[in-house]
Design a protein around this ligand. Structure first.
Ligand SMILES: [Zn+2]
Length: 299
Protein backbone atom coordinates (compact mmCIF):
# COMPACT_ATOMS: atom_id res chain seq x y z
CA UNK A 1 0.00 0.00 0.00
CA UNK A 2 2.84 2.30 0.89
CA UNK A 3 3.61 3.54 -2.64
CA UNK A 4 -0.02 4.53 -3.09
CA UNK A 5 -0.11 6.89 -0.13
CA UNK A 6 -0.56 10.55 -0.93
CA UNK A 7 -0.46 11.74 2.67
CA UNK A 8 2.67 12.83 4.51
CA UNK A 9 2.99 10.50 7.45
CA UNK A 10 6.77 10.34 7.74
CA UNK A 11 6.61 12.76 10.66
CA UNK A 12 4.23 13.89 13.39
CA UNK A 13 1.67 16.34 12.08
CA UNK A 14 1.71 20.09 12.31
CA UNK A 15 -1.80 21.44 11.87
CA UNK A 16 -0.90 22.90 8.48
CA UNK A 17 0.39 19.60 7.08
CA UNK A 18 -2.63 17.78 8.47
CA UNK A 19 -5.01 20.21 6.78
CA UNK A 20 -3.08 20.00 3.50
CA UNK A 21 -3.33 16.20 3.54
CA UNK A 22 -7.07 16.37 4.19
CA UNK A 23 -7.54 18.69 1.21
CA UNK A 24 -5.42 16.41 -1.00
CA UNK A 25 -7.53 13.39 -0.02
CA UNK A 26 -10.69 15.38 -0.67
CA UNK A 27 -9.49 16.41 -4.13
CA UNK A 28 -8.46 12.86 -4.99
CA UNK A 29 -11.23 10.63 -3.73
CA UNK A 30 -14.97 11.14 -4.36
CA UNK A 31 -16.00 9.00 -1.37
CA UNK A 32 -14.40 11.40 1.09
CA UNK A 33 -16.58 14.03 2.80
CA UNK A 34 -15.08 16.70 5.02
CA UNK A 35 -17.04 18.62 7.68
CA UNK A 36 -16.07 21.21 10.25
CA UNK A 37 -17.64 20.36 13.60
CA UNK A 38 -16.24 23.26 15.61
CA UNK A 39 -13.18 25.39 16.20
CA UNK A 40 -10.37 25.23 18.70
CA UNK A 41 -9.53 27.99 21.18
CA UNK A 42 -7.15 29.48 18.59
CA UNK A 43 -9.77 29.26 15.86
CA UNK A 44 -8.52 26.20 13.99
CA UNK A 45 -11.21 24.03 12.39
CA UNK A 46 -11.92 20.68 14.00
CA UNK A 47 -12.46 18.40 11.03
CA UNK A 48 -14.68 15.38 10.69
CA UNK A 49 -14.12 12.96 7.82
CA UNK A 50 -17.12 10.86 6.80
CA UNK A 51 -16.71 7.76 4.65
CA UNK A 52 -19.30 5.08 4.03
CA UNK A 53 -22.94 4.45 3.41
CA UNK A 54 -23.93 1.87 5.99
CA UNK A 55 -26.49 1.62 8.76
CA UNK A 56 -23.80 1.01 11.35
CA UNK A 57 -22.45 4.40 12.51
CA UNK A 58 -19.01 4.20 14.04
CA UNK A 59 -16.96 7.10 15.33
CA UNK A 60 -13.17 7.18 15.62
CA UNK A 61 -11.14 10.04 17.05
CA UNK A 62 -7.49 10.79 17.75
CA UNK A 63 -5.25 13.36 19.41
CA UNK A 64 -7.51 14.26 22.31
CA UNK A 65 -4.12 14.57 23.98
CA UNK A 66 -1.45 16.78 22.42
CA UNK A 67 1.54 14.51 22.98
CA UNK A 68 -0.33 11.52 21.56
CA UNK A 69 -0.53 12.98 18.06
CA UNK A 70 0.88 9.84 16.45
CA UNK A 71 -2.73 8.62 16.71
CA UNK A 72 -3.55 11.17 13.97
CA UNK A 73 -0.92 9.54 11.75
CA UNK A 74 -2.47 6.12 12.34
CA UNK A 75 -5.91 7.41 11.41
CA UNK A 76 -4.77 9.34 8.33
CA UNK A 77 -2.90 6.29 7.04
CA UNK A 78 -6.04 4.19 7.42
CA UNK A 79 -8.16 6.79 5.60
CA UNK A 80 -5.67 6.89 2.73
CA UNK A 81 -5.39 3.10 2.46
CA UNK A 82 -9.16 2.64 2.70
CA UNK A 83 -9.88 5.19 -0.04
CA UNK A 84 -7.19 3.74 -2.25
CA UNK A 85 -8.66 0.26 -1.79
CA UNK A 86 -12.08 1.54 -2.81
CA UNK A 87 -10.73 3.12 -5.97
CA UNK A 88 -8.77 0.02 -7.03
CA UNK A 89 -11.09 -2.71 -5.69
CA UNK A 90 -8.14 -4.14 -3.81
CA UNK A 91 -8.96 -5.88 -0.56
CA UNK A 92 -7.22 -5.03 2.71
CA UNK A 93 -6.19 -8.18 4.57
CA UNK A 94 -8.79 -10.06 2.56
CA UNK A 95 -11.62 -7.66 3.40
CA UNK A 96 -13.66 -6.27 0.54
CA UNK A 97 -13.68 -2.57 1.32
CA UNK A 98 -16.78 -1.90 -0.79
CA UNK A 99 -18.60 -4.20 1.55
CA UNK A 100 -17.12 -2.26 4.48
CA UNK A 101 -18.25 0.98 2.81
CA UNK A 102 -21.80 -0.28 2.38
CA UNK A 103 -22.12 -1.62 5.91
CA UNK A 104 -20.42 1.08 7.96
CA UNK A 105 -20.62 4.85 7.99
CA UNK A 106 -17.39 6.03 9.55
CA UNK A 107 -17.21 9.37 11.30
CA UNK A 108 -13.58 10.21 11.92
CA UNK A 109 -12.11 13.16 13.80
CA UNK A 110 -8.36 12.62 13.37
CA UNK A 111 -7.26 15.62 15.44
CA UNK A 112 -9.51 16.68 18.33
CA UNK A 113 -6.89 19.04 19.82
CA UNK A 114 -5.24 20.93 16.94
CA UNK A 115 -3.76 23.73 19.08
CA UNK A 116 -2.10 21.31 21.49
CA UNK A 117 -0.76 19.13 18.68
CA UNK A 118 0.67 22.13 16.86
CA UNK A 119 2.34 23.33 20.06
CA UNK A 120 4.26 20.06 20.25
CA UNK A 121 5.01 19.51 16.60
CA UNK A 122 5.38 23.06 15.32
CA UNK A 123 6.43 25.05 18.37
CA UNK A 124 5.21 28.05 20.35
CA UNK A 125 2.25 29.97 18.92
CA UNK A 126 3.08 33.14 16.99
CA UNK A 127 0.23 34.91 18.74
CA UNK A 128 1.82 36.64 21.71
CA UNK A 129 -1.13 36.16 24.05
CA UNK A 130 -1.15 32.40 23.60
CA UNK A 131 2.64 32.17 23.67
CA UNK A 132 2.72 33.84 27.10
CA UNK A 133 -0.17 31.75 28.32
CA UNK A 134 1.40 28.38 27.49
CA UNK A 135 4.78 29.43 28.89
CA UNK A 136 3.08 30.47 32.14
CA UNK A 137 1.25 27.15 32.37
CA UNK A 138 4.47 25.28 31.52
CA UNK A 139 6.56 27.12 34.16
CA UNK A 140 8.44 29.06 31.44
CA UNK A 141 9.85 25.82 30.02
CA UNK A 142 9.89 25.45 26.23
CA UNK A 143 9.88 21.67 26.51
CA UNK A 144 6.30 20.61 25.89
CA UNK A 145 6.88 16.84 25.68
CA UNK A 146 4.52 16.19 28.59
CA UNK A 147 1.79 18.52 27.36
CA UNK A 148 -1.57 16.72 27.02
CA UNK A 149 -3.95 19.65 27.34
CA UNK A 150 -5.51 22.11 24.91
CA UNK A 151 -3.82 25.47 24.45
CA UNK A 152 -5.20 26.93 27.68
CA UNK A 153 -4.24 24.02 29.88
CA UNK A 154 -7.43 21.96 30.07
CA UNK A 155 -7.27 18.18 29.63
CA UNK A 156 -9.98 17.54 27.04
CA UNK A 157 -10.44 13.93 28.07
CA UNK A 158 -11.38 15.03 31.59
CA UNK A 159 -14.14 17.36 30.39
CA UNK A 160 -17.09 15.01 29.99
CA UNK A 161 -20.12 14.81 32.30
CA UNK A 162 -19.42 11.35 33.76
CA UNK A 163 -18.54 11.83 37.43
CA UNK A 164 -16.61 14.92 36.43
CA UNK A 165 -16.67 16.09 40.07
CA UNK A 166 -14.59 13.09 41.15
CA UNK A 167 -11.83 14.13 38.78
CA UNK A 168 -12.13 17.75 39.85
CA UNK A 169 -11.51 16.80 43.48
CA UNK A 170 -8.29 14.92 42.86
CA UNK A 171 -6.83 16.64 39.81
CA UNK A 172 -5.06 20.01 39.37
CA UNK A 173 -7.24 23.01 40.29
CA UNK A 174 -5.82 25.32 37.66
CA UNK A 175 -4.63 25.19 34.05
CA UNK A 176 -1.84 22.67 33.69
CA UNK A 177 0.05 20.77 30.95
CA UNK A 178 -1.98 17.73 31.94
CA UNK A 179 -4.96 16.49 33.96
CA UNK A 180 -6.74 19.78 34.77
CA UNK A 181 -10.43 18.95 34.07
CA UNK A 182 -11.48 22.59 33.65
CA UNK A 183 -13.65 24.76 35.88
CA UNK A 184 -16.68 22.74 34.77
CA UNK A 185 -17.59 20.05 32.25
CA UNK A 186 -17.55 20.94 28.55
CA UNK A 187 -16.10 24.43 28.99
CA UNK A 188 -13.66 23.84 26.10
CA UNK A 189 -14.80 24.15 22.47
CA UNK A 190 -12.84 21.07 21.38
CA UNK A 191 -14.58 18.81 23.92
CA UNK A 192 -17.93 20.42 23.17
CA UNK A 193 -17.51 19.81 19.44
CA UNK A 194 -17.09 16.06 20.02
CA UNK A 195 -19.94 16.03 22.54
CA UNK A 196 -22.35 17.77 20.14
CA UNK A 197 -21.31 15.61 17.20
CA UNK A 198 -21.96 12.49 19.27
CA UNK A 199 -25.40 13.70 20.40
CA UNK A 200 -26.42 14.70 16.88
CA UNK A 201 -25.25 11.51 15.19
CA UNK A 202 -26.02 9.03 17.97
CA UNK A 203 -23.18 6.67 17.12
CA UNK A 204 -23.56 2.92 17.53
CA UNK A 205 -19.95 2.58 18.67
CA UNK A 206 -17.01 4.87 19.43
CA UNK A 207 -13.25 4.37 19.52
CA UNK A 208 -10.96 7.01 21.06
CA UNK A 209 -7.28 6.58 20.17
CA UNK A 210 -4.62 7.40 22.73
CA UNK A 211 -1.07 6.25 23.53
CA UNK A 212 0.43 4.23 25.15
CA UNK A 213 0.25 0.76 26.77
CA UNK A 214 -1.25 -1.62 24.16
CA UNK A 215 -4.52 -1.70 26.09
CA UNK A 216 -8.21 -1.72 25.19
CA UNK A 217 -10.39 -0.11 27.87
CA UNK A 218 -13.97 -1.20 27.31
CA UNK A 219 -16.10 -0.67 30.44
CA UNK A 220 -17.42 2.10 32.64
CA UNK A 221 -19.13 1.59 36.00
CA UNK A 222 -20.97 -1.53 34.81
CA UNK A 223 -22.97 0.53 32.31
CA UNK A 224 -21.44 -1.01 29.17
CA UNK A 225 -23.59 -3.52 27.23
CA UNK A 226 -22.61 -7.23 27.33
CA UNK A 227 -21.51 -7.12 23.68
CA UNK A 228 -18.64 -4.80 24.65
CA UNK A 229 -16.78 -7.75 26.13
CA UNK A 230 -17.00 -9.74 22.89
CA UNK A 231 -15.90 -6.80 20.79
CA UNK A 232 -12.96 -6.10 23.10
CA UNK A 233 -11.92 -9.75 22.92
CA UNK A 234 -11.91 -9.68 19.13
CA UNK A 235 -10.02 -6.36 19.08
CA UNK A 236 -7.52 -8.02 21.39
CA UNK A 237 -7.17 -11.08 19.17
CA UNK A 238 -6.38 -9.06 16.06
CA UNK A 239 -4.09 -6.49 17.72
CA UNK A 240 -2.41 -8.34 20.57
CA UNK A 241 -3.59 -5.58 22.91
CA UNK A 242 -4.86 -6.40 26.38
CA UNK A 243 -8.55 -5.82 27.19
CA UNK A 244 -9.21 -4.11 30.53
CA UNK A 245 -12.76 -3.54 31.76
CA UNK A 246 -12.37 -0.95 34.49
CA UNK A 247 -9.85 1.65 35.52
CA UNK A 248 -10.10 4.31 38.22
CA UNK A 249 -10.83 7.18 35.84
CA UNK A 250 -13.83 9.36 35.05
CA UNK A 251 -14.98 12.21 32.82
CA UNK A 252 -13.41 10.74 29.68
CA UNK A 253 -15.16 10.67 26.33
CA UNK A 254 -15.75 6.92 26.28
CA UNK A 255 -16.92 7.02 29.94
CA UNK A 256 -19.60 9.54 29.07
CA UNK A 257 -20.56 7.71 25.86
CA UNK A 258 -21.05 4.40 27.71
CA UNK A 259 -22.89 6.09 30.55
CA UNK A 260 -25.36 8.05 28.42
CA UNK A 261 -25.83 5.72 25.42
CA UNK A 262 -25.23 2.28 26.98
CA UNK A 263 -23.47 1.31 23.77
CA UNK A 264 -19.94 0.01 23.12
CA UNK A 265 -17.25 2.62 23.69
CA UNK A 266 -13.51 2.01 23.72
CA UNK A 267 -10.33 3.80 24.63
CA UNK A 268 -7.41 2.28 22.74
CA UNK A 269 -3.94 2.89 24.14
CA UNK A 270 -1.71 2.35 21.11
CA UNK A 271 1.93 1.37 21.23
CA UNK A 272 4.39 0.96 24.03
CA UNK A 273 6.95 3.37 25.49
CA UNK A 274 7.14 6.93 26.74
CA UNK A 275 4.91 9.65 25.26
CA UNK A 276 5.35 11.27 22.84
CA UNK A 277 6.05 8.04 20.98
CA UNK A 278 8.42 8.52 18.03
CA UNK A 279 7.18 8.38 14.45
CA UNK A 280 9.38 5.31 13.96
CA UNK A 281 6.74 3.41 15.98
CA UNK A 282 4.07 4.20 13.41
CA UNK A 283 4.42 1.14 11.15
CA UNK A 284 3.95 -1.38 13.94
CA UNK A 285 1.23 0.65 15.62
CA UNK A 286 -0.64 0.96 12.35
CA UNK A 287 -0.62 -2.78 11.70
CA UNK A 288 -2.05 -3.42 15.17
CA UNK A 289 -4.74 -0.77 14.86
CA UNK A 290 -5.67 -1.72 11.31
CA UNK A 291 -6.88 -5.09 12.59
CA UNK A 292 -9.18 -3.30 15.03
CA UNK A 293 -10.56 -0.94 12.38
CA UNK A 294 -11.29 -3.87 10.06
CA UNK A 295 -12.84 -6.00 12.82
CA UNK A 296 -15.74 -3.54 13.05
CA UNK A 297 -17.21 -5.17 9.95
CA UNK A 298 -17.84 -8.51 11.66
CA UNK A 299 -17.90 -7.99 15.41
ZN1 LIG B 1 -4.43 10.09 26.11
Amino acid sequence: MRHNRIIHDERLYTFRQFEEDLFTLQATYPQFALNTIGHSIMGRPIYEVVIGNGDQHIHINGSFHAHESITTNVIMRFINDYLHALSTNEPIRGHNMHHYFNEITLSIVPMVNPDGVDLLNNGLPENERFRELVLDINNQSTNFDQWKANIRGVDLNNQFPANWELEQQRKPKQPSPRDFPGYGPLTEPEALAIYDLTLIKGFDRVLALHTQGEIIFWGYEGLEPPISRDIAQEYSRVSGYRPIQYVDSHAGYKDWFIQDFRRPGFTLELGQGVNPLPITDLDEMYEETLGIFLANIYV
